[in-house]
Design a protein around this ligand. Structure first.
Ligand code: SF4
Length: 207
């Protein structure tokens, strides 16, 4: 069984898979204060308990979509159902991407592509195994990226694995911040990601 916050189809708007149609499986089960601040309060606490087979059936209704396992913190539920779900998805050749804070570690046999969005950024908080198992790191930024640069240096993260995205949950803020964030990417050798879901749908939810 897995604690599920929601399952929905949308545009993967951020990071290495930006632009892909995706079925998002948002797991619940985070108990505050897991992070010092939380940007996904709907995933806190217990969610709807779902059988792994039922989640598989829901995902199978969208056979061409990327499967994004997000949270909450997905790897908190690795041993209680997520490992089984991901093995089943692998058996049917589905491409899996995780969104994680990194705070629950990353299993060695995760079988997908791990995008890590660490928080907080003021101290080295990730262990070396977690850093090495993450395929990409994503940071939402404004003009001053000093904390991000410090975090990257403290953890020895390769710049080619870093994606910077402009802060902003409405289209106007994205448009305004995209050029300066792009300049920062050029200067430091990072990848740039617009937040395509914001540019496409603005602040509309449930799309
Ligand atoms: S992992 Fe996500 S949902 Fe859980 S406390 Fe941190 S920000 Fe909130």
């Amino acid at each position: 069984m897995l604690e599920v916050s929601e399952i929905f189809v949308s545009l993967q708007g951020e990071g290495p898979f930006a632009g892909r149609p995706a079925v998002f499986v948002r797991l619940a089960g985070c108990v505050p204060p897991f992070c010092e601040w939380c940007d996904t309060p709907q995933a806190l606490g217990s969610g709807r308990r779902m059988r792994v087979d039922d989640i598989e059936d829901e995902i199978a209704r969208h056979p061409r979509a990327l499967v994004v396992i997000t949270g909450g913190e997905p790897f908190l539920q690795w041993d209680t159902g997520l490992a089984r779900l991901v093995r089943a998805l692998g058996d049917s050749s589905r491409q899996v991407q995780y969104e994680t804070s990194g705070k629950a570690g990353i299993p060695a046999d995760h079988g997908g592509f791990v995008v890590c969005s660490p928080k907080p950024l003021h101290a080295p908080v990730l262990d070396p195994d977690t850093v090495s198992r993450a395929d990409a790191f994503k940071f939402v930024v404004e003009e001053d990226i000093t904390p991000v640069l410090d975090f990257i240096a403290a953890h020895g993260i390769d710049a080619r694995k870093v994606w910077l995205m402009p802060l902003g949950a409405v289209r106007q803020d994205q448009m305004r911040r995209m050029p300066p964030v792009w300049e920062l990417c050029v200067r430091h050798g990072f990848n740039f990601s617009a937040r395509l879901h914001v540019l496409t749908f603005n602040d509309k939810r449930g799309v």
